[in-house]
Design a binder for this molecule. Sequence first.
Ligand code: URP
Ligand code: ZN
Length: 480
Amino acid sequence: MPGGIDCHVHLCQDLKTGPLGLGGECADNFETGSRSAVCGGTTTMITFATQTRAEEDCSLLKVVEAYNARAEVTGSYIDYAFHVIIVRDDKDVLEAELPILVERWGITSCKLFMTYETMRLQDYQLLDVMLAALKNEITTMIHAENGDMIEWLTGEFPKKLESKAMMAPYYHALSRPPSVEGEAANRAIVLAELIENPILFVHVGSSASANVIRAAQTRGLPVFAETCPQYLNLTWEDLKRFHSPTCFENSKMVCSPPPGPDSSDQAALYIGLHNGTFTIFSSDHCPFKYDDPHGKMAGILEHEPSIQGEPCEGMTLPELAHKKVGSFRLIPNGIPGVETRLPLLFTRGVSTGRISPQKFVELTATNPAKLYGLYPRKGAILPGSDADLVIWHPEGGLPPFKLTNEHLHHNVDYTPYEGMEFDNWPRYTIARGRVVWGNGVLLGKPRDGQYLKRGPSQLGKGVAHFKKDPRRVASWVHEL
Ligand SMILES: NC(=O)NCCC(=O)O
Ligand SMILES: [Zn+2]
């Protein structure tokens, strides 16, 4: 198969997903993250250069230069490119800098947030940035969750999760029921349609969201979607996996949006993979260590009521975590998965016959390359394409085994998929013609990977012919 392309990987990034801009420290840098990727059959990744609201982060060009310097410190085992996360709508910056991002860096995609206090854009700001992106042929990626609904369900008064002391990791899911995602997806579609902007929904986790996306696609809109392994393999029950619903160890499963309440969402998402609702399948690898004050443990250490009371001196962090509930609001959002992405979908999708090998290739390599302007150099086995390949064991060639974190090559002290059974794993990963992973041995080097300048998306074209409905589309916006 063509080597995997993972277009949703967080590395070397400060993620401010908590209140007042609190966040965790990414456990993986370019070396460890790409090492993990290549051992799981991925040969290209796209990571995120992230703007913040700090004044010195106003310039997107400076943000990208600083992020590139982080990549250059270690280098990468595999080829890589950048998206840019935009958290403000400074019109002069958008106008002056987006063309340079495209020209100089080949950055042709941006991610926008509808939640997180220090990252979210209001609707008028989403429109500002989408319009600027459209003018520069930059694909808009949307993190669709209604931030107000989450805050309302979480906040103190009257009788929300916080005032009821429902702050254990499990309640992260209750603060984000599937309608939170569905509402935001619907709103983003309405905004994008107003100005005829193609959009891509990242990490779609619920059938509520998949259904509104499917309906928009059926109306002919250029709406694309991504789902991820956690939404096909975890449920709310996994947030109660350890000991009791209040056990802090369940923070290992906290990500946004959360996985669905039960397996019915998983079944709906599989249908979406099958019928084209989902264009791509990425990891949303967002690695935080568990046993680390800057990782998941921040959910206890930043929570005053948890560190008051009984003396904690002399206790190790896991001992502390065993006694304290912490607060889901302060747990950094995100879970690791760059290495397990392909083997999980292969084992649970291809081996079971739920999706065909062809669909697997489309979702994990060919469509990502087309969507993000890398095709046909990447995502294909063709004359002239890079010889990026993944070779699996023949059916029955690898005895089924239970995964443990020791099998993996990331810099994280756990995997959410601990104990799950796998019946295949990439036997060889070949990057630009060289075997870099073979029979369980890492053969590549951290400076093998090259930075990739990308072109515009090759999907989403041809929609101009659809009749515009003036009740939904403000075509005049584009007139000079
Ligand atoms: N997905 C997640 O929980 N973490 C990554 C940051 C984000 O996109 O929310
Ligand atoms: Zn996101």
